[in-house]
Design a protein around this ligand. Structure first.
Ligand code: G
Ligand code: G
Ligand code: MN
Ligand code: NA
Length: 253
């Protein structure tokens, strides 16, 4: 259809951009990283959310060049911030299942790191539980990525399948507690228990844990009391363009 056709030209026409949403370290209260989130600035329809074009990009295969553009742009941006003298941050990039299943992801990541000059420990790849169902094909890719030295994070944790198995078998560094649990952690005792238990379990497995969708001060207090490592959400900042991120760092710190 029309959207798919336009998607083919969107990269050449430079219609994609990345916004960056801050992640705060809850011990220091300082900015420790950002998550890159793609937007499509469509000439007629305005800004299109990834929810509305990533599925079409996956069906057409366009997700591969788009995903590569995202990785390259995010790594270059992070390197540029470091060269500007900002304290080094970890750049998180969302991967699509198609990227994990196609040959050569690790080689691609390595060449993007080489070309951008970004050290691997400042790149984190976010995967989801639903992408990792096919353990036999995903596990070798994740091990290759770990050999390069990038970080791997399990996004939307708790909403997929067989998550505990993944925690045990996969070489991941951190988990992101899905915002559906965070949203009610201060007024629903079941959500409170789930969030607390995920934090304790993550720590016992030597994983870092981040809460996403933190919108209110009482969420933050709850997460700090329960020793969550990091938080991300509208309470601190919505996703912003790169110039704005530099302006909000002093406010966050
Ligand atoms: O940015 P929100 O800002 O609306 O993102 C909506 C969804 O799109 C989230 O599930 C997010 O993980 C996903 N998403 C955002 N940016 C990217 C991207 O660069 N690649 C992929 N594959 N998914 C993305
Ligand atoms: O699926 P993933 O976690 O990658 O997607 C992140 C999504 O969450 C993006 O759409 C982003 O814009 C959105 N988001 C970020 N912070 C908040 C928040 O505090 N509340 C809500 N409702 N959404 C958020
Ligand atoms: Mn994510
Ligand atoms: Na998520």
């Amino acid at each position: 259809d029309k959207l798919k056709e336009e998607l083919r030209h969107a990269l050449d026409r430079e219609e994609f951009c990345l916004l960056y949403q801050p992640k705060l370290n809850l011990k220091t209260g300082r900015l420790c990283g950002v998550e890159a989130l793609i937007r499509w600035e469509h000439p007629e329809r305005g800004i299109i959310s990834p929810l509305d074009f990533i599925p079409a990009a996956e069906e057409t295969g366009m997700i591969l060049p788009i995903g590569e553009w995202v990785l390259r742009t995010a790594c270059e941006q992070n390197k540029a911030w470091q060269e500007k003298g900002l304290s080094p941050m970890i750049m998180a990039v969302n991967l699509s299942a198609c990227q994990l299943f196609v040959d050569g992801l690790a080689e691609k990541v390595q060449s993007i790191l080489d070309e951008s000059g970004l050290a691997p420990e400042y790149l984190e790849l976010e995967i989801t539980e639903s992408m990792t169902m096919d353990v036999d094909s995903v596990l070798p890719v994740l091990h290759k990525l770990k050999q390069i030295g990038v970080r791997i994070s399990m996004d939307d944790f708790g909403t997929g399948f067989s998550s505990l198995y993944h925690l045990k078998e996969f070489p991941i560094d951190s988990i992101k507690i899905d915002r559906s649990f965070v949203r009610n952690c201060t007024n629903d005792s079941k959500d409170a228990t789930i969030v607390k238990t995920i934090i304790v379990m993550a720590h016992q497995l030597q994983l870092e844990v981040i809460a996403e969708g933190v919108e209110f001060k009482d969420h933050l207090v709850f997460l700090q009391q329960n020793l969550c490592d990091e938080a991300q959400g509208y309470l601190f900042s919505k996703p912003v363009p790169p110039v704005e991120l530099v302006n909000i760092i002093p406010i966050l710190e």
